[in-house]
Design a protein around this ligand. Structure first.
Ligand SMILES: [Zn+2]
Length: 350
């Protein structure tokens, strides 16, 4: 990939980093929906569209155990080591480890960390880490839902060691990021905002879940009924998340960028499109520009229809490179989405 900056509409130069976890193929899950062909499709899409050469390559380096241990309990890493020695096993009915999974997960995490470093020292404005396995279901003590290491959570803690104290995590994967929510439940320094299908796996993410103690109000969930579309996601972002993010004034926005809310996705019932994802990326970019000089790192989570995933990642990257997408969603906001957002805003007094 050749290094090139894109010219923004306002004339400023935008550099967007891209990190790809080459070791992901070692996490060979066979016909499991979370399979190696997902990332190959993303890469093919970026090459075919010419986007690949507009991105600044960021070479991933495996995360150290020390940095992962800032989020995960030693017992979880000991379990991983044991399963690796056994030659692999299912950690829960959805989550498989094979020999090589652990190093793939640590390199995936390291790719997100390298992206954080690149935006922290302003080599790039924003960055995207195309990684697998995903991370947002992993709690401090438990691997679940295809996830071993919670990359975004580790990245948040790592960013804080680089002086980026206040973090906002935006999660638009169709599943609730229970692991991330749990890790920062009592933490006022990390705002967690999630849209997701509900009720759905993993069962958490109701709008009344707001955090506890010092972290009360720093968790914000907009659960969406099956059939929720671009307009519902944008409404949640504009009405429920924008005020929280702007009030939090993050030094960095981390994004759990899962694309399994796509209409073509086989695993879930939301009906988002590439245009919808472009609109979400535009909103995140705007918040990052307003709060933290554009610093945003996107980490891939779900997305199981390979072509839809590839097109959606490309749509996201085009926005980060400076394209301004359409701002009018097709279709109306569902009444149940409005009710949920209004109830949430009443509860938090906004
Ligand atoms: Zn998901």
């Amino acid at each position: 990939m050749r290094q090139r900056a894109s010219l923004r509409h306002n004339g400023s130069v935008e550099r967007v980093g891209f990190s790809y976890n080459r070791d992901h193929v070692e996490h060979d899950t066979g016909e499991h929906p979370e399979q190696a062909a997902r990332l190959e499709a993303v890469l093919r899409g970026l090459r075919a569209s010419g986007l690949a050469e507009q991105l600044v390559p960021i070479e991933p380096v495996a995360a150290s155990r020390d940095v992962v241990l800032r989020v995960h309990r030693p017992a979880l890493l000991e379990l991983f080591d044991k399963v690796e020695r056994m030659g692999g096993a299912y950690l829960d009915p959805d989550t498989v480890m094979v020999p090589g999974s652990l190093s793939a997960a640590f390199t995936a995490c390291g790719a997100v960390l390298r992206c954080v470093e690149a935006v922290a020292d302003e080599r790039v404005t924003s960055a995207f880490a195309a990684v697998r396995p995903p991370g947002h279901h992993a709690t401090s003590q438990r691997a679940m839902g295809f996830c071993l290491v919670n990359h975004v959570a580790v990245a948040a803690r790592y960013a804080q060691t680089l002086g980026l104290e206040r973090i906002a995590i935006v999660d638009f994967d169709v599943h609730h990021g229970n692991g991330t929510q749990d890790i920062f439940w009592r933490d006022a320094s990390v705002l967690y905002c999630s849209t997701h299908q509900y009720p759905f796996y993993p069962g958490t993410g109701g709008w009344r879940e707001l955090g506890e103690g010092a972290g009360y109000g720093k968790t914000r969930n907009v659960p969406l009924a099956s059939g929720g579309a671009d307009a519902d996601l944008w409404f949640a972002f504009d009405r429920a998340f924008a005020p929280a993010v702007l009030e939090h004034r993050p030094d960095l926005i981390l994004v759990s960028a899962g694309y399994d809310a796509h209409v073509a996705d086989p695993l879930a019932g939301l009906v988002a499109t590439e245009a919808g994802y472009a609109g979400l990326a535009a909103r995140i970019r705007r918040w990052a520009e307003e709060c933290c000089r554009g610093r945003a790192v996107f980490a891939l989570e779900g997305g199981y229809h390979h072509e839809a995933l590839a097109r959606s990642v490309s749509a996201t990257l085009r926005v980060l490179l400076g394209e301004t997408p359409a701002d009018e969603p097709r279709g109306a906001v569902r009444p149940d989405t409005r009710e949920t957002v209004e109830a949430l805003l009443r509860l938090v007094g906004q």
